[in-house]
Design a protein around this ligand. Structure first.
Ligand SMILES: [Zn+2]
Length: 434
């Protein structure tokens, strides 16, 4: 296995040090290391973070391989600095049984660019009518611990209760896509000034907040673990903050796009900005940033949602919802959280690696950057400035809402258990063992 000597890198933004990676682990850390390594990397000006962990990725396989595959999605993840992703269940067929989660898990292993942890559907076919094979998926080779009907809300309170009761027995978690369906029928964008001016049906904040309020109460009643997907409103932040203050085991995530963009973008009627939950107001954006800074929101999760051009280059009303995000997440977090002074790099490591790994109960990911730990690392250049272009993306899809924006930072290298998946900003060729 290749060994690496990384010289003068700043661990979590600290003073320059050398790291020696060998046999899959961080073998040595120090100044002026003299070890012989297969590859020498001059990392002056680069920051070392633990490999990022995404709780919310759509890899589209099986069923939509023209938009993304496990291979291209994990390559995009590696280029974004990720070493583990959770693959959402809304594939075709749905990941609601052991066979499908084992397939996705195996495709992840075959790819080798990033660990893939399949998320199991809560209900059969995401239809919200009967519980999926939760225990079968948990006991399968995929070892599922995170369950979600993401894309749809588990709005039936009795089914949500049953799912929470189950995950409690296996230290799992239900990740809820909080969207009251009756309040969002036909909804096209955030309900507010912009939706009124455009004359399009709105997606009101209360449709998210009402479900979160119900679910934190339900989870506390059962003593079960709840995770809230893609929080998007100021009111949702307040509810999660209150639930945490009660000591309840509730966690939450926010997406990069909800940290940066507002519904003002929708005035362009460019469907690249169509997403669920929708882009909200500047007041919401600032509340989400503050909540991520103070830890009310635990994690940044991409909700990477690849779509074919045909499903985005069309009229707003018929366009698909979602945006790609794996390859821009860390830059958006630098822009919105680090450059604003809200988080330091230690905080970024916590919200993008340590905490998401803990929520997913992953072992070997989200670990500290220290000797003896698995070498899951990202080398990031925070001094880089560039304009986002989808041309260089590894993802098969091109629906980035950040196209043309100048964002700071760029991933220089990513290591998965000591093996480079990205080097000098380019995907690495993986060894023959894969
Ligand atoms: Zn969702």
């Amino acid at each position: 296995m290749t060994s690496y000597l990384i010289r003068n890198a700043q661990i979590l933004g600290g003073a320059p040090q050398d790291l020696f990676l060998a046999d899959g682990v961080v073998a040595e850390i120090g100044t002026g290391l003299t070890v012989e390594a297969d590859v020498d990397i001059d990392a002056r000006g680069l920051i070392v973070l633990p490999g990022l962990v995404d709780l919310h990725t759509h890899l589209r396989q099986p069923g939509k391989e023209d938009a993304e595959t496990v291979l291209t999605g994990t390559q995009a993840a590696a280029k974004g600095g990720y070493t583990a992703v959770h693959a959402m269940a809304n594939t075709t067929p749905t990941a609601d049984n052991p066979a499908v989660v084992e397939l996705v898990h195996q495709l992840g292993k075959d790819s080798g660019y990033c660990d893939v942890h399949p998320v199991g559907a809560v209900t059969v076919g995401l239809e919200g009518k009967e519980l999926a094979e939760l225990d079968g998926m948990h006991r399968s080779a995929a070892g599922v611990k995170v369950f979600s009907d993401d894309g749809k809300c588990v709005d039936d309170a009795a089914l949500m209760r049953a799912a929470l009761e189950y995950v409690k027995t296996v230290d799992g978690v239900v990740a809820q896509h909080a969207q009251e369906p009756r309040l969002t029928e036909g909804a096209q964008l955030n309900e507010g000034t912009v939706s009124a001016e455009l004359g399009l049906p709105g997606w009101p904040a209360v449709a998210e907040e009402a479900i979160i309020a119900r679910d934190v109460l339900l989870a506390s009643h059962l003593g079960a673990r709840l995770h809230v997907c893609h929080l998007s409103t100021k009111g949702s932040v307040e509810i999660v903050r209150w639930a945490k203050a009660q000591g309840w085991d509730v966690t939450a995530e926010v997406t990069p796009h909800h940290l940066l963009l507002t519904d003002e973008r929708v005035r362009t009627e460019d469907a690249v900005f169509k997403v669920n939950p929708p882009l909200r107001t500047q007041e919401d954006v600032l509340a989400l940033r503050a909540a991520l800074a103070d830890g009310t929101i635990d994690a940044v999760a991409t909700d990477h949602a690849p779509h074919l051009d045909a499903d985005k280059d069309c009229a707003w009303a018929v366009a698909a919802m979602g945006m790609v995000g794996l390859e821009t997440a860390l830059s958006v977090v630098q822009e919105t959280m680090v450059e604003t002074g809200l988080l330091n790099w230690e905080g970024v490591a916590d919200r993008m690696s340590h905490r998401p790994a803990r929520i997913g109960r992953l072992t070997g990911q989200g670990r500290p950057v220290s000797v003896g730990e698995p070498a899951n690392l990202v080398l990031f250049d925070p001094g880089y400035r560039g304009t986002v272009t989808a041309d260089t993306f590894a993802t098969r899809s091109r629906n980035t809402p950040f196209k043309g924006l100048e964002l700071p930072g760029r991933v220089h290298a990513t290591f998965l258990r000591g093996e480079a998946t990205v080097l000098a900003g380019e995907l690495a060729e993986l060894g023959g063992a894969k």
